[in-house]
Design a protein around this ligand. Structure first.
Ligand code: TRP
Length: 333
């Protein structure tokens, strides 16, 4: 039998997953789990890099992210879902790798720069943990010797760093680590329903996978459309319309027809939104059904996390043995 290649990807547990996560990565993960040996990391330590002052939220977020995965159709028999903080080898690898990373490489990492701005961290107040999280992410990816890392474009600098670390390590000590590749989806990022590029709970501009049909209706009805369109018979401009971007993602079969009718002023925003609401609810229906099944059974979710973490720990032990041998820090062997 051919051995399947390994995938590692994951999320910070900082709140419920939304439609942007779904089209951007979750659908892909559900598909890839059949072809690859898939690992999904719930990166709770990485969440602490910005949420260290309220760790009490983590356990609920870890649980809910796992529930979101299962609702999407991630199958725990095919995919290993595990918790970062419970793999101590990740912390150990992070320390070894940190010797190989010049600080300048972290300071100029574009994703770190964007996030620092977003959280209001300046060079003086920025923590060692935040600045260094891409090193820890390299440990997330390499502890299980992943070949492929499906991620959004914002994560590419971190995968590049991982590759650099792996090359340096293999060259300096012994070639034991697999150099991973990023697999970047080609789906354009969905903006918030209010047109704001960032989807966030406080802005109320996104649809969560756990939202009810009523909330979906409410959110879509509140969505901002082409501002030049005052009357329903005015010709519309789908290229600037937020709802149209959603139509393309969730109503692909009708999006061309909707586009033509919108341009011709033949369909108003209200009926257009109605078709989107129907499409999103149809998409979410099977997710809701799976969620209901798992929600009633907290024990099963805990077992899935425990078993997944156990499997990840086994992989971590193998890798750390290779790493220590390569670095000659296996004194009593
Ligand atoms: N940094 C990723 C994010 O914010 C989450 C993450 C942590 C991750 N470790 C990873 C993604 C390893 C891919 C591989 O979305």
């Amino acid at each position: 039998m051919m051995v399947k290649k390994r995938i590692l990807t994951g999320d910070r547990p900082t709140g419920p997953l939304h439609l942007g996560h779904y089209v951007g990565s979750l659908v892909n993960r559900v598909k890839l789990q059949h072809e690859y040996d898939e690992f999904i990391i719930i990166a709770d330590v990485q969440a602490l890099t910005t949420n260290f002052d309220h760790p009490e939220k983590l356990s609920e977020d870890v649980y809910n992210v796992c529930l979101d995965y299962l609702a999407c159709g991630i199958d725990p028999n095919l995919t290993t879902i595990f918790i970062q903080s419970h793999i101590p080898e990740i912390a150990e690898l992070t320390i070894y790798y940190s010797m190989l990373v010049p600080i300048s490489l972290l300071r100029y990492n574009p994703t770190i720069k964007t996030e620092a701005k977003q959280y209001g961290y300046d060079a003086k107040g920025m923590t060692y943990g935040f600045l260094g999280y891409p090193v820890s992410q390299a440990a997330d990816i390499t502890f299980c010797q992943a070949h492929l890392v499906p991620v959004g474009a914002d994560q590419v600098p971190h995968i590049e760093l991982t590759r650099k670390i792996v090359r340096r390590f293999n060259e300096l000590y012994r070639s034991v680590l697999i150099e991973p590749e990023a697999l970047v989806g080609d789906i354009p990022r969905l903006a918030g329903l209010d047109g704001n590029a960032k989807m966030s709970k406080s802005l109320g501009n996104c649809i969560y996978l756990s939202d009810s049909p009523e909330i979906v209706t409410k959110r879509v009805n509140m969505a901002v459309t082409d501002p030049a369109r005052i009357h329903s018979k005015d010709p519309g401009h789908p290229e600037v319309c937020n709802v149209f971007a959603y139509q393309k993602a969730f109503n692909p079969k009708f999006s061309q027809e909707l586009e033509e009718n919108c341009r011709a002023g033949k369909i108003g925003c209200v009926p257009c939104k109605k078709t989107l609401i129907a499409a999103v609810n149809e998409l979410l229906e099977p997710l809701r059904a799976r969620r209901k099944k798992y929600e009633a059974d907290k024990d099963t979710i805990n077992q899935i996390l425990i078993q997944g973490t156990k499997r990840a720990q086994e992989e971590a032990k193998k890798t750390i043995a290779l790493v220590r041998d390569a670095m000659k820090i296996n004194y009593f062997k």
